[in-house]
Ligand binder design. Sequence first.
Ligand code: SAM
Length: 428
Amino acid sequence: MSVDAARTAAYDIVRQVSEDGAYVNLVIPRVLREHQLSGRDAAFVTELVSGAVRLRGTYDAIIDTLASHGIERIDPPVLDALRLGAHQLLSMRVPDHAAVTTTVDLVRRHVGHKPVGFTNAILRRIGRRALGAWLDEVTTGLDEDDALAIRYSHPRWIVRELREALPDPAQLVDLLAADNAAPKVTLVARPGLCEPDELPGVAGKLSPYARILEGGGMPGDIPAVRDGRAGVQDEGSQLVAITSAAAPIEGRDERWLDLCAGPGGKSALWAALAAGRGARVVANEVQRHRADLVRQAVRALDNVEVTVHDGRHGPWEPGSFDRVLVDAPCTGLGALRRRPESRWRRTTADLDDLVALQGQLLARAIELTRPGGVVAYATCSPVVAETRAVVDAALQEHAGLDLESMQQWWPHTDGTDAMFLALLRRRE
Ligand SMILES: C[S@@+](CC[C@H](N)C(=O)[O-])C[C@H]1O[C@@H](n2cnc3c(N)ncnc32)[C@H](O)[C@@H]1O
């Protein structure tokens, strides 16, 4: 059997992800174009690549028990092929002989003859059992965190962080499972620019502006999305913008600052809400190319000024904003379902660096907010060190600051990314 274009494309993508640090969601559309794949083939490639990358932790544990010298000794191009084969055998409805033969042919063509026998043997053995039986075997005798890490394909440190963040640790399994299910595409109809029923899909569950594309689809083909009156935005992200815009403020409410705006989803919804109340938004972003994305996101609005500064040092007057949003750079562990590779790239060292930056950005936001004004601190991570701990430290350090509310949305209960939002008010 010769290898079809879809599997060749899938192999090309996983190699770019593991060798060049590419992002699955960015590489897939480019490689699909290069290989001229669409429709069912494109859906097959997307499912195969996303699944093989996301469930790598599970498949590697199985491959490790079967490889006599252990997984570390397997050449990376062969290991990537084995992961693709394992996903087809254990999680997709691909007949075993097709999964094995096409994967072996991929290895023969892209790596050479030498590992062909090894690849064939490993895949045949994987195909002899169903996923559940393999999971029971490779988790026997492990402690709970190691077993969950393999069963739900999350690094062990992330399992621990998520357990600590949950209100009830009994929900951990549901959360880990939700991280492994690709979310539906959600649109936002920016108020004042677009009505939700102008968009395809069904109404969202939490945001009045949301539409959910049940069967997937190409948002870029929707006219309102093309002209910036609507966009693609998770409901959790919409709720952060809506809730931080709705917090009541006594007196003037005209100057809003989004301190960390790139790529601009929240800025655009915030600015649409601000426009309805005669307020203006400064949307700031430290990276120039991400500031360009913000300009693109807010192109249908005329009440936004996009600036490019390090939010800690931008040239704004203290106390000059009525409302400041800090959607802080974070580990993104609340959006794992969206980014198949991200759980394997993040480390605890990232966490330490980010927590320091988050505290500095929040401190600056507090300084820039006028007495009586509102500071909204948000992350797309539920990790305690990035959420409650940052807010608690700010409350300790800044006299004259009140905590109004803290909210955490979750994939397994709300169907959103795990977004955190704290609303703080500077005392008059
Ligand atoms: C979580 S993202 C913001 C997402 C955005 N609010 C949205 O909804 O589209 C955090 C952003 O902060 C930016 N950032 C990182 N360090 C920063 C700094 N020191 N000052 C301002 N922005 C920063 C990152 O480049 C990134 O674009």
